[in-house]
Design a protein around this ligand. Structure first.
Ligand SMILES: Nc1ncnc2c1ncn2[C@@H]1O[C@H](COP(=O)(O)OP(=O)(O)OP(=O)(O)O)[C@@H](O)[C@H]1O
Length: 310
């Protein structure tokens, strides 16, 4: 089996008195996108900054492709590219000048710099803007430049902290497409507090809350986890509660008022189709049916409880 590109063991950090992260463990495959999800202040940036060698951890170990980042920071950093939350762009430089500068500080051989810059501009769709000042680029293109600087030295691991923050919907789609392409040949860690971002492009998910890892699995497993298990129905002529409770798969019936009822179920959400059919057959006059997916806050709360109960 190939060695993991990232291995984090019992990672904990405190800035002063309180722990910002506590006992984080995970490993990452050599390619693909891992989503790091957590609400504001959960501990994502702390974890990323330690992972990228910007911050020294209080406890625990981080290995990049088997290299301990604390023991051999220079070697480990050669293998990774980082786009921090606020990318350090020099707005008075052109795209070409800025990426050339980034190539130099990444110690790319002088003879290869022009080619590396041309290649990365091509990959990130920046060639047309080579001579444009960064200050005159849109937010989406600035973000592309931020991503370009993170991959110019062809690292095995790219860490992107909230890369789609502040972009409009079209720009978000374009940046997502670029990230997917980048992840075909390397590992990408994508940090965000927006669940739908992770659902859109990540194969695996790690969820941090209050400094602790509360979920670590595939995106498919996560989607199953947050599958809805209640629906809200609105009927002009609802049947007696017992009749609804007798439907196979319905595990609870909570009338909210004369016409609104919350139904709990333990089968697939497709049970809503059965309710619609029955309503037509039996004249319940169903007007509205809504599956109630847990909000991210609820999912966090549920997962946190699960973890602390373990
Ligand atoms: N330099 C610092 N000094 C003291 N405490 C800090 C510092 N940076 C972060 N913290 C605290 O550590 C905890 C984790 O913060 P962190 O920035 O890692 O979270 P985050 O998940 O990245 O949130 P956000 O998305 O808002 O950046 C928070 O309680 C935060 O207040």
């Amino acid at each position: 089996m190939k060695q993991s590109i990232v291995k984090i063991e019992n990672l904990s950090h405190r800035y002063s008195r309180d722990w910002a992260i506590r006992d984080i463990n995970f490993e990452i495959d050599q390619t693909g996108i891992l989503g790091m999800l957590g609400s504001n202040g959960a501990g994502k940036s702390t974890t990323m900054n330690i992972l990228c060698g910007v911050l020294n951890q209080t406890e625990g170990n981080v290995y990049i492709d088997g290299i301990d980042i604390r023991q051999q920071p220079e070697e480990a950093k050669k293998l990774l590219g980082f786009l921090p939350q606020n990318a350090p762009l020099y707005l008075e430089l052109t795209v070409n000048e800025y990426l050339t500068y980034c190539a130099e500080i990444r110690n790319i051989d002088k003879r290869n710099i022009a080619r590396a810059v041309a290649e990365v501009m091509e990959k990130c769709g920046l060639t047309h803007f080579a001579n444009r000042l960064l200050r005159n680029l849109s937010g989406g293109y600035r973000q592309r430049v931020g991503i370009a600087q993170a991959i110019i030295h062809k690292p095995k691991l790219v860490v992107l902290d909230e890369p789609t923050n502040g972009l409009d919907p079209n720009q978000i789609l374009e940046v997502r497409k670029l990230i997917k392409e980048i992840a075909e040949e390397r590992a990408v860690i994508f940090s965000t507090h927006i669940l739908s971002e992770v659902q859109a492009i990540c194969r695996d998910i790690r969820m941090i809350e209050n400094g602790r890892m509360v979920f670590a699995d595939t995106m498919d497993a996560f989607n199953n986890y947050i599958m809805p298990d209640t629906m809200l129905v609105f009927m002009d002529n609802p049947p007696p509660t017992e009749e609804l409770a007798a439907i196979p798969g319905i595990t609870g019936v909570d009338p909210l008022n004369d016409r609104s009822i919350r139904l709990r179920f333990n089968t697939s959400p497709d049970i809503s189709k059965l309710i619609i059919t029955m309503s037509v057959q039996k004249g319940w006059e169903l007007k509205e049916i809504t599956l109630e997916k847990g909000s991210l806050d609820e999912v966090f709360a549920q997962l946190s409880n699960k973890t602390s109960n373990r």
